[in-house]
Design a protein around this ligand. Structure first.
Ligand SMILES: [Zn+2]
Length: 297
């Protein structure tokens, strides 16, 4: 069984935390919005692949490190028989103008044409499959999922799926599934052996230090700091969300670890990170439970 839940990219987790705990520049706010929008697009596409059912294998958010070639990332693959469908998901909205190298959004915004990127990913995947000793067919697509996306002067290109073509694309996939046999035995197992954790692209993230960041625990639902803490539970003053205190302490520790992966986690530091809103005794208990869980994994 493949663990297929698409996790929020770590860059996005860090940027959302920094948005709450510092003041982001315009450039970084723009970067955060782009990450959020990209992730929403991926989730929207996941809802479509979930409808495909059992005749295929869907793998989301793959970062592959082949043993003989460079690592690469794929948003989604769908495996039907001995064909791999590879998707690069884009959640652009508004009016864009097609260019072979760049897509232009008036008045002055442009992005590189995703068809170039997906072609390169396709080649990497083919080399990787060859390394593994498989001769699958690879079909690559750039899929634009936002319903309000228009691409003027778009060429007729089978590699590109526009919002209005999504439905027929999935219908075609379902038809493929009927005729296809299963992929070779052990293929998925072999393939997934090369999946690695995605690195964080730190160059796009602003520099930050512990002392720069606003301290406190953030509501697990809305991310706000305004919490009323009771004996065993807390309630968010902003969105009224309720949960046990230990849960938000744990979430705060995990947030700290994601922001400072090389720092040691101590009761003292978590106490300060949580803005001294809970006792050290409670923090120690949560940390102990966490370390027991980690050693069990
Ligand atoms: Zn809240």
């Amino acid at each position: 069984m493949i663990d297929n839940k698409r996790l929020k990219p770590i860059s996005l987790v860090i940027m959302e935390s920094l948005e709450r705990r510092t003041t982001l520049s315009r450039k970084h706010t723009h970067y955060l919005k782009a990450l959020q929008k990209g992730f929403e697009g991926e989730l929207a596409f996941d809802r479509m692949t979930e409808q495909l059912g059992l005749g295929c294998i869907v793998v989301n958010d793959l970062f592959l490190q082949p043993s003989m070639s460079n690592a690469f990332q794929i948003d989604t693959v769908v495996i039907i028989g001995e064909t791999i469908y590879l998707y690069e998901i884009k959640n652009y909205s508004g009016d864009y103008y097609y260019g072979s190298e760049m897509l232009l959004k008036k008045p002055d915004f442009e992005v590189s044409n995703p068809l170039i990127q997906v072609q390169s990913t396709k080649n990497k995947l083919k080399i990787f499959l060859k390394e593994l000793g498989y001769t699958f067919e690879v079909k690559a697509f750039v899929v634009y999922v936002h319903p309000e996306f228009t691409l003027f002067y778009a060429p007729e290109d089978k590699t590109m799926i526009l919002p209005t073509q999504l439905k027929s694309h999935f219908t075609a996939l379902k038809n493929e599934m009927v005729a296809m046999k299963k992929p070779p035995k052990n293929f998925i197992k072999n393939f997934m052996t090369y999946k690695v954790k995605q690195p964080v692209f730190i160059e796009d993230i602003p520099n930050y230090q512990f002392s720069d960041l606003k301290k406190g625990m953030r509501c697990e639902k809305c991310g706000g700091f305004e919490l009323s803490i009771y004996r065993q539970t807390y309630q968010c003053d902003n969105c009224s969300y309720k949960n046990i205190v230990n849960s938000v302490v744990l979430a705060s520790i995990l947030e700290y670890q994601q922001l400072f992966p090389t720092h040691k986690v101590s009761t003292h530091i978590v106490y300060s990170w949580c803005d001294e809103m809970v006792s050290k005794k409670r923090i120690r208990r949560v940390l102990n439970a966490l370390s027991k869980n980690e050693s069990r994994e």
